[in-house]
Design a protein around this ligand. Structure first.
Ligand code: SAM
Length: 241
């Protein structure tokens, strides 16, 4: 999958995404992350990319021309118009389900705003999806774009190896993941739950499922409402409540 990130700070996204699992997937050729500097496309002789908002008010607004030309350069390079996401606090909140869906795309353009945002007219021309990473305001779209690239990349086949497999993780089936333990068997007076040392895989799976349900009930009751549980599991939750 190929990510094209339109930004005023390309070094920020390039540096932030070249390590660990994502960096390894880029080296293997499973992903490519291409940061395009919007400033390179301004026709202003002082390389300006922002100006005051019409109607007054605080801050600066990114101008339409450099954003459009930078976007068009990507479309011309790849030969078709892919989905273009504008990272904005005004979009629906990014979820694991959205990450899985975006992972099916061949190319994805992520547009990062800065200052007070971007001239609405260019957004109307190029943006297909508006996405927020949460109900708070950041200084720029670079961190949200990196969050999206990371979460989407993990869903691209081959990016996660068996060692870091995502199949049983939080949000699968609207449940949070069960608690995890590693060596030693006892740390700080706390023992690993004995069932995990039993070697009985069926019992371990049952225990993990129950823990996942209990954890979701405790920490994210809103999610549990959407989870598919058996009658027996629902009864057990009531029993433990
Ligand atoms: N004036 C804008 C508003 O009130 O909606 C906020 C602009 S914000 C200071 C600058 C840029 O950061 C935005 O254009 C957007 O790209 C990015 N940004 C800020 N918060 C974000 C969030 N929660 N999710 C995604 N992008 C965000």
């Amino acid at each position: 999958m190929r990510f094209h990130i339109l930004t005023l700070f390309p070094e920020m996204v390039e540096q932030g995404l070249n390590t660990s699992i994502i960096g390894r997937a880029v080296n293997k050729g499973l992903l490519s992350i291409h940061a395009v500097n919007i400033r390179d496309y301004t026709v202003d002789r002082h390389k300006k990319v922002d100006d005051y908002p019409y109607g007054g008010g605080a801050g600066m607004v990114m101008q339409a021309q450099p954003v459009y030309d930078a976007w068009e350069s990507i479309v011309e390079e790849i030969g078709y118009t892919p989905r273009t996401v504008y990272l904005t606090p005004q979009g629906p909140t990014f979820t694991q389900t959205m990450a899985k869906n975006y992972a099916k795309e061949k190319d994805l353009i992520l547009l990062c705003g800065h200052y007070e945002g971007i001239d609405e007219r260019v957004l109307e021309e190029i943006v297909t999806d508006y996405v927020s990473i949460g109900d708070y305001v950041l200084t720029g779209g670079e961190l949200p774009a990196m969050v999206m690239v990371d979460a989407i990349s993990r869903m691209v086949p081959g990016v996660l190896t068996n060692e870091d497999s995502g199949s049983t993780e939080s949000f699968e089936g609207n449940l949070l993941e069960y608690p995890q333990y590693s060596r030693p068997e006892e740390w700080n007076g706390k023992k690993v739950p004995p069932i995990l040392l039993s070697g009985d895989h069926k019992k371990v799976d049952e225990w993990r499922r129950e823990q996942a349900i209990l954890r979701t009930k405790e920490r994210r009751p809103d999610l549990l409402k959407k989870a598919e549980l058996t009658e027996k599991e629902r009864a057990r939750i009531e029993e433990l409540a």
